[in-house]
Design a protein around this ligand. Structure first.
Ligand code: G6P
Length: 603
């Protein structure tokens, strides 16, 4: 939550900062601001609303300066307003700060500083940082000492950038529990919450560990937790700039839906090939470890959790090991039963979701082996886990996840096949699924090519206020993800229910004309779900069926047939499109839905 960007270099900073913020807008978009060092003074421009709004008030001719910091906010402490927007400064305008994270002891610090005679302009936790720096600066007359003393006082999570006229040509940087990358470009050094914001300028990135800090001027100096100088090597990230363009699509979400076949192919490249065992470079589990495994947890949030549900089905079917899927925010607070015979898998597109990271730390403490599945190289979760398996979906920018979901499902099924091969069980099913995963990108292309059909259906649903999604087994998991997509971007209420459970309550809500999506991709339970659809139909509902079976219903979306363990990868696509087209038809901002952020770095 919240995106930060900074630049120290030879070129004018403002346009670079604004461009970086636009890429980071998925992290929050209720207010934004920038601060520049200009003739040894700090100049701040900030406002409520989106970055486009901030841009309107920027006078590029007068905002000259080659050092600056910027922020896009998702409010935690204090309403979205100009006063609460970052950057924040102390009253003597010695320090301007942008911050992503939460300072947990801010009230305590604020009260102490007020007693010392300092005043505050905002309701934010962040404002204590520049004020505390000023307090220590007045005490020691040394900026670096002020910075270090301030960091020692902060509890909670942060990625912080500070500029000060007392330290010209410099940005001070610190990280603990919030993401931050530093990239060295030809014309300067860039800092951002994530790689896409600055990939245009460099492919060489430095990653700070929690507790580390840096002084950035025309060179880079890194410090450890004890403020001792340390060396760091950069890592090269091979993402292309194209990946963060809309490439002619109206929205990132539409582009990302279309990119799904490629995302799956890239994710499984080198892992799956027919007639070869599944392999993960640099990662292996041995047979006796798997034989002694009593339980697997898959822990995640949102869409990533829905991918986990598909993973559960695959692992249980192929490996006969019990799997529990849990929402990270629940898992971390309920004292789960974990020991060395438990494997814990954490799925997170961003790798920065606070609850998922906390759940991972808990599993570690209790002695379980931990595996992260993430889309972001060197993200926090990948550094905490024993092993990381990467999805290679490329940067996903729309808040509603699509290509990351598909890639997570593909990867976790590949992992299930891998375990079954090590265990030497379920050979024919494993082979069928491997072939299926190889065929999927082409089949996804076929489903995507029927975009117009989905658009027509979406037009019929625009004025609905309640929609239902039902299915059994994996079809229920697809229903959950389809319903979530709809809620997230169209703001239409929807329920996803196991088809057989509908008559234990929710059927009371079915009225004449209510639309119900049925999903049937498993021939073994097709008739059962069909009966449930008949039940709602006889109560006046309109059915829209997504199926790979030959079934006669008024509105049918046909998709290619594939093993039900991997059918979510095909069946979710029409539901993504329908949610997208409904939101478009309603004139909503598809990529940045209200109240949501892509990366939820607070619990
Ligand atoms: C937010 C996003 C969702 C995402 C979830 C988990 O709620 O809006 O799209 O699925 O976080 O994010 P993660 O990065 O951990 O996969």
């Amino acid at each position: 939550m919240c995106g930060i960007v900074g630049y120290v270099g030879k070129k004018e900073a403002v346009s670079k900062l604004v461009k970086g913020l636009k890429t980071l807008e998925y992290r929050g978009y209720d207010s934004a601001g920038i601060a520049l060092l200009q003739s040894e003074k700090i100049v701040v421009v900030k406002d409520k609303g989106r970055i486009a709004n901030l841009e309107k008030s920027l006078d590029y001719n007068n905002l000259k300066g080659t050092i600056g910091i910027a922020h896009t906010r998702w409010a935690t402490h204090g309403v979205p307003s100009k006063e609460n927007a970052h950057p924040h400064m102390d009253q003597n305008k010695h320090f301007a700060v942008v911050h992503n994270g939460i300072i947990e002891n801010y009230l305590e610090l604020k009260n102490q500083l007020i007693k010392e005679g300092f005043s505050f302009q905002s309701e934010t936790d962040t404002e204590v940082i520049p004020v505390l720096m000023e307090y220590y600066y007045q005490k020691y007359q040394d900026v670096m000492q002020a910075f270090q003393c301030t960091l020692k006082d902060l509890r909670g999570s942060y990625a912080i950038l500070v500029i000060s006229p007392l330290l010209p040509n410099t940005i001070l940087v610190a990280k603990k529990g919030s993401p931050l990358v530093i990239g060295k470009g030809n014309d300067g050094i860039y800092i951002a919450s994530d790689i896409p914001a600055i990939i245009e300028y460099t492919k060489d990135f430095y990653f700070l560990e929690d507790g580390e800090s840096a002084i950035i001027s025309d060179s880079l100096t890194f410090y450890n937790h004890d403020f001792q100088k340390i060396d760091k090597n950069s890592k090269t990230i091979e993402w292309e700039i194209d990946a963060i363009d809309k490439n002619g699509f109206d929205d990132y979400m539409l582009k990302e839906i279309h990119e799904q076949p490629e995302a799956l192919k890239n994710t499984l490249n080198g892992i799956i090939s027919f007639n070869q065992p599944v392999q993960f470079v640099g990662f292996a589990l041995n047979k006796s470890y798997l034989e002694n495994l009593k339980h697997i947890y898959i822990v995640a949030c949102g869409t990533a959790m829905h991918a986990g549900l598909v993973g559960k089905l695959a692992i249980e079917k192929l490996c006969r090991i019990p799997v529990t899927v849990e929402v990270a925010s629940e898992f971390r607070y309920r004292d789960p039963i974990i020991d060395q015979s438990t494997l814990c898998i954490f799925i997170s597109q961003s790798g920065e979701t606070a609850d998922t990271i906390a759940a991972l730390k808990l599993a570690h403490e209790k002695g379980a082996k931990t595996i992260a599945i993430s889309n972001v190289f060197e993200s926090s979760i990948t550094r905490e886990a024993d092993h990381t398996l990467y999805t290679h979906a490329g940067p996903e920018i729309a808040v509603a996840s699509t290509k990351a979901y598909i890639s997570q499902v593909g990867l976790i099924v590949a992992f299930a096949i891998y375990m079954s091969e090590v265990l030497e069980i379920s050979v024919s099913l494993s082979n069928e699924l491997k072939k299926g995963l190889i065929d999927l990108p082409n089949l996804m292309g076929i489903v995507i090519s029927h975009e117009d059909q989905y658009k027509k259906i979406a037009k019929k649903l625009v004025n609905e206020t309640d929609l239902f999604y039902i299915g059994r087994g994996n079809d229920y998991h697809i229903a959950m993800e389809g319903s979530l997509k709809l809620k997230e971007i169209s703001y239409i209420h929807s329920e996803a229910y196991p088809a057989g459970e509908l008559k234990h309550g929710p059927i009371a809500l079915i009225d004449k004309g209510t639309f119900v999506f049925g999903i049937i991709t498993d021939p073994n339970i097709a008739e059962k779900t069909l009966s449930n659809l008949e039940e709602v139909k006889s109560r006046g509902a309109n059915i829209i069926l997504i199926t790979n079976q030959n079934l006669k219903v008024e509105h049918v979306i046909n998709i290619p047939n594939i093993n039900p363990i991997i059918s979510p990868i095909l069946a979710i696509i029409p539901l993504q499109f329908i949610a997208y087209f409904i939101a478009k038809e309603k004139g909503l901002d598809v990529d940045k839905p209200r109240n949501l952020a892509k990366s939820v770095t607070v619990e």
